[in-house]
Ligand binder design. Structure first.
Ligand code: PRX
Length: 666
């Protein structure tokens, strides 16, 4: 078997033990005492998930009504957890900590400009979420309604999300880098009637006209009744619809008192939707439920990063993505810790920004995507020098594979022999981390996400037969074989597509869409997506969605989008376009390329724009007309001698044409 493994080299890596003095230097007590304790708890969580999660749920979450049954039915993925239990997410994140420690910082807001931030204590947070919750009620928002959130990384984003959950409504956050078209589609799909946004955003010293984008989106979202606008920059020229639709956030909240009781919801009631990309052009509203998601967020934060209530967690991810949901907001606050909300970029005002924040706020856990680490490594170590990083205990990585040389750099230069690296593997759908080394106790291997979290029963399947590959030294697709509390419960409004996407490809398993391997020590390696999803700077993009945006351009006859590997962004987007008119001049072709890029920026967002566009005569197709993207990927990777079976091509000469097109543009 091991002969056929493409990634056999991974199988020989040896384990690195956590720093010997890690536990000795701990400011209080590590969440787990030893690797053996992890192994024992892990076995228990797999053999008796009901006992394990039932106990954890009662111990860690506050319930307004205890649950009757941990899980029903006992087997299969269509399971409900903590049946008939009732609780409120906001109460668990805020109230219980505000009552115990009112003056403790909940949020450290680090604004785009250094020194312009603020600190919000748990009691202040409780007051603010209570006020906004009443604004929402006054506008008619009720339990089960969706509210769209299109906000930059400011404290009001956290307040908004929590206020929505306080009244049992469902938040649908749209990443503020999405364009008006993408925002409109998400608002409409979720049927949101209220949008919460900002006048403008600031990022890396630049201003983004956030409210203008919302106004554009709402031209085709007639059901939206109100827009609540946070004043971020206070620019007086920001468009504002004064006849009742638009309301200033700050004017509204002061109309209400600073305590408003939370609404208990059922364990399985939806907590939020978060749109993500899949194999088709239509984004999926991944639906998470309340209790199971909260428990996953709480436990993974506590055990993966060893977060204690005295810790300060800095997750440098946006609230518009799942990392921001789970590890900027829910995980740290559920644990009663302090979370850093960072508005800016790692490069502004210079490449020391992250390390300045760590030093200034004595950050204990830092969590980021490798794309930022690649940028910072390239910028040079002088930006780290002179910064006191001694408060750090755990360094996390998320969203894409971390190359061993980046891992080593992170460990050495930032960890400085005091930290452990948490290469966390998970997805929007999993809700919280599913494979990761636990801080201070799990041995690590640079580039491997290592071992599963509690309750996660990982399987490597043969991609063709779907048969589970037993033992070590196996490679195939990554799947999970038992339900766990925080797994997504549905795609909003499309349970059929949900089943089709995740459970039909390999019956009996949750299919992640990723390739994976289990090495000689039982450690897991994530080998990238096996579907048409591309990961650019940790952003998950669907090639089909980008193709759909490109075909909107009237000059385009056909197009195909593929990912290729890129030094800085991990993967980048390449687009092969056949124009309707094959006789355009050189300048006209250049113009067409610019328009194509603009079109993608407008339909999806700047982060989805192709890095390169190849204008070609035709695309490689099978006789039935299906585009063979595999051929495009191989040509881009310079592996034209490994195209595999091309006998089904309807137009074989196209291969040389494509090779020439790629070569001539280099
Ligand atoms: O391909 C995997 C990659 O990111 C995908 C999930 O993307 P998204 O839902 O946007 O969530 C990102 C943040 C959790 C996965 O299917 N991915 C995530 N973490 C890792 C990873 N690839 C390799 N190593 C990881 N640690």
């Amino acid at each position: 078997m091991s002969k056929s493994l493409e990634n056999e080299h991974l199988m020989h890596e040896n384990k690195v033990l956590p720093p010997a003095n890690w536990a000795a230097n701990h400011p209080s007590k590590p969440s787990l005492a030893s690797f053996e304790e992890y192994e024992e708890l892990y076995r228990h969580s797999i053999n008796d998930p009901e006992a394990f999660f039932g106990e954890q749920a009662r111990k860690e979450l506050s319930w307004s009504r205890d649950f009757d049954l941990v899980k029903y039915p006992k087997t299969g993925f269509n399971a409900s957890w903590f049946l008939n239990g009732q609780l409120n997410a906001c109460y668990n994140c805020v109230d219980r900590h505000a009552f115990a420690n009112p003056d403790k910082p909940a949020i450290i807001y680090e604004a785009d400009e250094p020194n312009e931030g603020s600190i919000i204590t748990y009691s202040e947070l409780l007051a603010k979420v209570s006020q906004l919750a009443q604004v929402l009620v006054s506008l008619g928002v009720r339990k089960g309604d969706t509210v769209a959130v299109y906000l930059p990384m400011i404290p009001e984003a956290v307040i908004t999300i929590l206020a929505i959950t306080r009244i049992g409504a469902i938040h649908s956050v749209v990443f503020a880098g999405f364009s008006s078209g993408a925002l409109r589609d998400r608002i409409n799909n979720a049927d949101s009637k209220i949008v919460i946004t900002a006048d403008e955003s600031k990022r890396g010293g630049k201003i983004i006209e956030t409210k203008k984008i919302v106004d554009e989106a709402l031209k085709e979202a007639p059901q939206v009744k109100n827009v609540i606008v946070v004043k971020r920059t206070g620019n007086r020229h920001v468009p504002f619809n004064a006849n009742g639709r638009d309301l200033w956030y700050h004017d509204e909240i002061v109309k209400f008192k600073t305590y408003f009781p939370p609404t208990p919801v059922n364990s399985e009631d939806p907590l939020f939707l978060l749109y993500t990309s899949g194999s088709t052009g239509k984004p999926k509203g991944i639906q998470h439920c309340t209790a199971g998601y909260l428990l996953g967020a709480l436990l993974t934060t506590k055990y993966t990063f060893d977060v204690n209530p005295n810790d300060i967690l800095f997750t440098a991810g946006d609230i518009g993505w799942i990392t921001g949901h789970t590890y900027v907001i829910y995980g740290p606050l559920l644990n009663g810790a302090t979370t850093v909300v960072f508005e800016g970029t790692p490069a502004y005002p210079n490449f020391s920004r992250y390390w300045k924040i760590v030093e200034q706020h004595r950050v204990t856990q830092f969590y980021v995507a490798p794309t930022a680490l690649r940028l910072l490594k390239k910028a040079g170590d002088k930006f780290i020098e002179g910064h006191d990083l001694s408060s750090l205990r755990s360094l996390g990585s998320v969203g894409e594979p971390i190359a061993p040389e980046i891992w080593e750099w992170y460990n050495e230069k930032i960890g400085q022999g005091r930290c452990t690296i948490q290469d966390t593997y998970w997805q929007t759908e999993t809700g919280s981390i599913v494979i990761t080394p636990l801080a201070g106790i799990t041995p690590t291997k640079p580039g491997s996400a290592s071992l599963p979290f509690f309750g996660i029963d990982v399987a490597i399947l043969d991609p063709t037969t779907g048969k589970e590959l037993q033992g070590n030294n196996v490679e195939g697709v990554l799947a999970i074989k038992q339900a766990w509390p925080s797994v997504t419960r549905s795609i909003w409004g499309d349970f059929g597509r949900f089943n089709e996407t995740y459970f039909k490809p390999y019956p009996g398993y949750f299919f992640t869409g990723d390739g994976g391997a289990r090495d000689k020590d039982g450690f897991y390696w994530v080998l990238g997506r096996v579907d048409d999803v591309v990961n650019v700077s940790g952003h998950r993009l669907s090639t089909a969605e980008i193709e759909a945006a490109i075909i909107e351009n009237p000059l385009v006859a056909e197009n195909a989008v593929v990912g290729y590997s890129h030094d800085l962004t991990g993967q980048a987007i390449a687009s092969f376009v056949a124009l309707k008119n094959k006789n355009l001049s050189g300048t006209q072709v250049e113009d067409a390329k610019k328009q194509i890029i603009l079109g993608v920026r407008k339909e999806i967002g700047p982060f989805a724009a192709p890095k390169v566009i190849f204008i070609v005569d035709d695309l490689p197709k099978t006789r039935s007309g299906k585009i063979m993207r595999r051929i495009l990927r191989k040509i881009l990777a310079g592996e034209e001698d490994q195209l595999g079976d091309t006998s089904t091509l309807s137009n074989p000469p196209i291969v040389q044409h494509l090779i020439d097109a790629v070569k001539s543009s280099k």
